[in-house]
Design a protein around this ligand. Structure first.
Ligand SMILES: NC(=O)c1ccc[n+]([C@@H]2O[C@H](COP(=O)([O-])OP(=O)(O)OC[C@H]3O[C@@H](n4cnc5c(N)ncnc54)[C@H](O)[C@@H]3O)[C@@H](O)[C@H]2O)c1
Ligand SMILES: [Zn+2]
Length: 675
């Protein structure tokens, strides 16, 4: 093998792995790490390499697969007709080639195209039998997806009965999404509640439809636009007619689709919506061009990945040039130092932007920014802008790159970097101002102690006046202290003190979360509260007991143990306890556990739970596990290969038999966070 072959094999392998990684982030975690444009460039490069060197192609290449594996959380549903992806391009020349290709296959026919917006959401297929909605299924890997009927109906308005359906069974395919207005309202609410924001409407749509906890989905308003109708027997002649039927049956369709006869009409449509897409109520990332006649679609057929009768023209993300003014280094409450780029304000996707986070030291070193650099900033559907390029030709000579500081920008303590991590920390937990103030802000936020009267400004004022340095100091505040602060009057001072007093009623898990122990988010705080029931037991818990909890790995367990062994934290906890905070689970909370006093039998193996995790969740939900079926048993949870004798006995005794998903719904899985 030649050296150049080796380099190509390596590039193909690296690209294949990288694309798989991004597929996982995008489709499974709903948290893309790179823009769609950057992702599409990676795929394009791999497609080209595979075309030139087909013998080096990796088996199961992501250029030939669709979406991601179904979750296996809910029953798998096969698609009688595969749900494919779309061929896509960012180049107008390729649209011209597409039209030419289509015309070549059917040269004697007059061909028309339907141009319609490409909505940036999640593809769903809705099945109807005898005019009734029977299932809503995700695309999954194109051949089978997840049945999400219950969840989807909870957050979307869909026609559940179609009175005048001329066919016994059919499928409506389309895109679920969140409108721009609902997304903004939802994120504004989360901001007020101190919760992390969703990056874009597509992520929240996918997150909602994948949610394990149906209660979490409540209040999230999604919409659905139908873009195709699949029938077992031909029933209509054109795609345009299908769209008209969908609208007649009560499906929302974007009424801006247009039938175009030639390339020039297609281009006019593409250009028009490039200018006007921000005016639409829903985010679109391109235009889909489809051959209108179904007969002609059949003639053109499909590849394994996409139909040959359609193509998506994708709009490039909005970008703008600006000048880098500075990079500052922000210290978070856990001591993590993050570089933030500040640049001359520019308008992108309708809003002014002037800052972009650079994530970590490695990224800063790799990009070697200089003050005054001309930078290219990109903002797609995402709310967070990114720096995607530097114009080196514009760089002024004799400037030095901006380096990551060696010591904390706030307290000058030398920074520390754990082996194998890309992040620098300031280890000065006791005196580093942004860390201490960050901890206080975390403590008062709505998800923690919900002391709403205190925001960043009040924290600053209390700090300046040397009244508050730790969370425990809040509970020592007196009226005379607060009234002397700038901006406080009798009423506001009393309100603040009342707010602090009422925070003493917050339950034990919220107190645990409020402490800001590294890695202990609100769900893990709940798990710890349920498992240990009181602070004292948790404080004394050996590493082995923490490790026995399925959600806790070695790093988290070590952090928790180290936290409770730290004398400063012990002093803080003692102060908070004497202030009267809830240091144990309330009896009432135990009685409210979703399966209190229930008896459960499990049988078989499970997709999502290990047997140990399932047993743990049952206990955490307040139920008791029993081994044999009797009239005293409340539920049987049956997995694959569940014992037939057990199931028959349960049926005879009319004991409800639950699948894995039913059980998760019952225990409000997400709120207990068991695995
Ligand atoms: N940023 C990342 O890391 C990352 C990772 C993986 C995938 N992605 C994005 O996902 C894309 C690949 O996903 P894909 O296979 O779903 O392709 P796609 O989203 O580009 O195109 C196919 C999909 O378009 C949707 N669609 C919207 N409007 C439509 C309409 N009017 N008619 C027909 N279909 C319509 C359908 O859901 C269909 O399944 C990538 O091109 C990229 O944009 C991004
Ligand atoms: Zn510091």
């Amino acid at each position: 093998m030649q050296a150049s072959d080796k380099a190509i094999i390596n590039e193909i392998k690296a690209l294949t792995d990288l694309i798989r990684h991004h597929n996982f982030c995008y489709f499974q975690k709903n948290a893309a790490e790179i823009s769609d444009y950057a992702y599409d460039q990676l795929v394009e490069r791999l497609v080209q390499l595979e075309k030139t060197y087909p013998h080096f192609k990796e088996p199961n290449s992501p250029t030939e697969t669709i979406g991601e594996k179904p979750s296996y959380r809910s029953p798998l549903v096969h698609h009688p007709l595969p749900m494919l992806s779309l061929a896509k391009t960012y180049s107008e020349a390729e649209i011209v080639q597409f039209v030419a290709r289509v015309k070549k296959i059917a040269p004697d026919l007059s061909i028309s195209f339907v141009c319609e917006p490409k909505i940036d959401g999640v593809a769903l297929c809705i099945r109807y039998e005898s005019g009734k909605l029977v299932a809503i299924v995700t695309r999954g890997d194109g051949t089978a997806g997840d049945d999400i009927t219950q969840r989807a109906l909870q957050c979307m308005q869909l026609p559940t009965v179609i009175e005048d359906a001329p066919l016994a069974s059919f499928e409506v395919r389309g895109e679920a999404f969140m409108s721009k207005a609902s997304f903004k309202a939802f994120n504004d609410k989360r901001k007020k509640e101190g919760k992390p924001l969703w990056a874009n409407p597509r992520n929240i749509t996918a997150g909602t439809l994948n949610a394990l906890d149906i209660d979490l989905v409540e209040g999230r308003q999604l919409a659905f636009y139908g873009y195709s109708l699949y029938t077992p027997k031909p029933f209509l002649a054109t795609h345009q007619e299908a769209l008209a039927w969908l609208a007649k049956w009560g499906f929302s369709t974007l009424p801006i689709y247009k039938v175009c006869k030639d390339v020039s009409a297609i281009m006019t449509y593409i250009h028009y919506w490039a200018e006007h897409k921000n005016e639409l109520p829903v985010g679109i990332d391109g235009i889909v061009i489809k051959v209108n006649e179904f007969d002609q679609q059949q003639l053109l057929g499909a590849t394994a990945k996409a139909p040959r009768w359609a193509i998506a023209y994708k709009y490039q993300p909005e970008t703008a040039h600006s000048t880098l003014e500075n990079i500052t280094f922000q210290v978070g409450r856990s001591g993590v130092v993050t570089p933030v780029a500040h640049f001359k304000p520019v308008v992108l996707a309708g809003t002014y932007v002037s800052r972009a986070s650079l994530y970590n030291a490695e990224e800063l070193a790799r990009r070697a920014f200089h003050v005054g650099d001309t930078i290219l900033i990109e903002k797609g559907g995402d709310i967070i802008p990114k720096i995607v390029g530097i114009n080196l030709a514009h760089r002024k000579a004799a400037q030095q790159p901006i380096l990551f500081p060696q010591s904390c920008p706030a307290c000058a303590t030398p920074l520390y970097r754990a082996a194998g991590e890309a992040i620098y920390y300031c280890p000065n937990k006791q005196r580093c101002l942004p860390q201490l103030k960050g901890l206080l802000l975390h403590f008062v936020q709505r998800r923690a102690m919900a002391i709403d009267a205190i925001g960043p400004k009040t924290i600053d004022a209390l700090w300046e006046a040397k009244l508050v340095q730790t969370a425990a100091d809040l509970y020592k505040l007196r009226y005379e202290d607060v009234i002397q602060l700038a901006g406080f009057q009798a009423l506001s001072a009393r309100k603040l003190l009342a707010n602090i007093q009422s925070s003493k009623a917050r339950p034990f898990d919220r107190v645990l979360f409020a402490l800001g122990i590294k890695h202990v988010g609100d769900t893990l705080a709940k798990t710890l509260a349920l498992h240990f029931a009181c602070m004292e037991r948790l404080q004394q818990a050996p590493l082995s007991e923490l490790l026995a909890i399925p959600t806790i790995g070695a790093t988290i367990a070590q952090h928790i143990v180290a936290y409770f062994q730290d004398p400063d934290q012990q002093a803080l906890l003692a102060d908070l306890q004497s202030a009267g905070l809830q240091f144990s689970l309330q009896q009432q909370a135990i009685a409210e556990l979703p399966l209190s006093a229930k008896k459960i039998v499990i049988s078989g193996t499970f997709h999502y739970f290990t047997r140990e995790a399932l047993m743990y969740c049952i206990e955490q939900a307040g139920a008791t596990l029993v081994t044999s079926i009797s009239a005293k048993v409340d539920y049987v949870i049956a997995g694959q290969k569940a014992g037939p004798a057990k199931l028959a006995k349960a049926k005879a005794l009319a004991i409800p038999i639950l699948g894995e998903q039913d059980f998760m719904n019952l225990i409000r899985y997400e709120s207990l966070s068991c695995i």
